[in-house]
Design a protein around this ligand. Structure first.
Ligand code: SF4
Length: 476
């Protein structure tokens, strides 16, 4: 689609709104109005102290226009005019309205901190952002819960992230730093050596800077893709180098059932890890096959029960709404199966077409779920979580999510994942170790980032350089 902007430069706002309606659409900014093909013209002009916002859309040989005037200039109004023509052309309504590219929780928090009442915030969401009441209530509920938990964050504390970039196979939708463990066998040992070097350096850095560790998150990839010996080495080095005496939460992503066995679970438990994730994504075999997971729903149940037997009292399960070829009935089946397991927390994601994923490359081979279907799935999940006595405690949105919807973490009271909140709300520094890890230093409203290279062999070969990048964090 061609995009033409007249009298304004809010390209990003217009693009976001178009993509919210049509994920993965290619948009080309141009200056001339084409004679044929799809295009959108977004225009703002000032007349008698009033701003007039126009949008004109040509889509599939039909024309749609929308115009309104108001006394102020805002890029949200540009979004509004674009949204109106897209809505009319596609007959879709976005539940989050004009909220794109910003965390709804951030809007709530900023308004709350500047003295707005709950009803004023609600009104602003509904009237200004055209957000539906259900999503408005969700944003408020999550933001207020997050606020309570952020208040408990200890002074001078940081979180620690360690990345293990290996998985048994690559999932269709994955864009994380991860490669197949089977084809990277020769890399795992050198990777562990490099990782342990960075662990030691980072531990000294934290000690010298007088920082305490509040939460630890070992993710990836799939940390349990490592062998028992490598997993034990990772956890031993972490426990021996860092002072973990003050941590309030220790998570390890077991993630894939095809990497979990009793021995690994016992090793993880023996290092005091309190929270693990066992992520089904779906309980339907046909979908597991489509997304490239070489395990069965029975494997999920078996490993989950094994984890309970090994003494884990906080297990999280991740689900995805809108997986290729899944119907609402398929998703309902997954929810019912999850209810039987009754994990302490459930994170419900919306399918997102991430750049660099196989799904992105082969998008045309799959039928994406319609936005309203995915929204119905999210509503079904919300109802099921209520039945299971779980409340939403964190939420985030990403680019290219179907229907511009959301990912929500639900949990039993007292089982909120602090790390998830801190990383999303950017309130605590995160020292990150491993390939593709990014360290985030929060200093008031200032955020500095230090990136490690993503490619595993590059990380191994350039480990001294990765470590040297953290030198800027030394207190001088
Ligand atoms: S398990 Fe997670 S990290 Fe591994 S390939 Fe699948 S989505 Fe990516």
């Amino acid at each position: 689609m061609k995009l033409i902007l007249l009298n304004h430069n809010e390209e990003y706002a217009a693009r976001e709104m178009i993509s919210a309606h049509i994920p993965k659409i290619k948009i080309e900014l141009t200056e001339t109005i084409p004679c044929h093909g799809d295009y959108l013209i977004s225009e703002v002009h000032l007349k008698d102290d009033m701003y007039i916002y126009n949008a004109s859309l040509a889509l599939n040989d039909k024309r749609y226009t929308y115009s309104f005037e108001t006394d102020s200039y805002s890029k949200t109004y540009i979004k509004k005019s674009v949204n109106e023509v897209m809505k009319e052309a596609l007959d879709t309504v976005l539940p989050w309205g004009l909220i794109t590219g910003i965390r709804p929780g951030k809007i709530v928090r900023e308004m709350y901190e500047s003295g707005s009442s709950i009803s004023e915030i609600k009104k602003h969401f509904i009237d200004f952002y055209e957000c539906c009441e259900k999503k408005t209530n969700l944003a408020l509920q999550v933001a207020l819960r997050e606020q309570e938990l952020i208040k408990t964050m200890p002074q001078n504390s940081v979180s620690l992230y360690i990345g293990i970039p290996f998985c048994p196979t690559r999932c269709l939708y994955c864009s994380f730093t991860s490669q197949s463990i089977k084809f990277s066998n020769t890399l795992t040992e050198p990777y562990m050596d490099a990782l342990c070097k960075e662990i030691k350096y980072t531990a000294d850095l934290l000690k010298n800077n007088g920082l305490s560790i509040d939460t630890v998150y070992i993710g990836g990839g799939t940390p349990t893709a490592l062998s028992e010996k490598q997993l034990d080495r990772l956890l031993y080095e972490t426990a021996n180098n860092f002072d973990l005496s003050k941590i309030r939460e220790y998570t390890l992503e077991a993630g894939r059932p095809d990497t979990i066995n009793e021995e690994k679970l016992k090793i993880i438990r023996s290092y005091g890890i309190s929270r693990i994730s066992i992520n089904p994504q779906t309980m339907n075999q046909k979908t597991l096959d489509i997304i490239g997971r070489r395990h069965t729903p029975e494997d999920i149940i078996r490993t989950y029960e094994m984890a309970v037997k090994c003494g884990f009292t906080h297990i999280n399960t991740d689900l995805i709404a809108g997986l290729p070829d899944e119907t609402e009935a398929d998703f309902d089946y997954t929810l019912k199966e999850i209810r039987k397991l009754n994990p302490q927390s459930v994170t419900v994601h919306t399918m997102s077409i991430k750049r660099g994923s196989y799904l992105d490359e082969k998008y045309s081979m799959y039928t994406p779920s319609a936005a309203n279907t995915v929204n119905n799935m999210l509503s079904a999940a919300d109802n099921m979580m209520k039945l299971m006595n779980k409340s939403p405690y964190y939420m985030y949105r990403q680019k290219n999510m179907l229907g511009n919807l959301e990912n929500v973490g639900y949990c039993d009271k007292g089982h909120e994942c602090l790390y998830n909140i801190y990383i999303m709300e950017e309130v605590q520094s995160i020292y990150a170790i491993g390939a593709g890890a990014s360290t985030k230093i929060i200093d008031g409203s200032k955020i500095d980032r230090i990136f490690n290279v993503k490619e595993v062999s590059e990380y191994i070969n350039r480990i001294d350089e990765m470590i040297a990048r953290k030198d800027v964090l030394k207190v001088r």
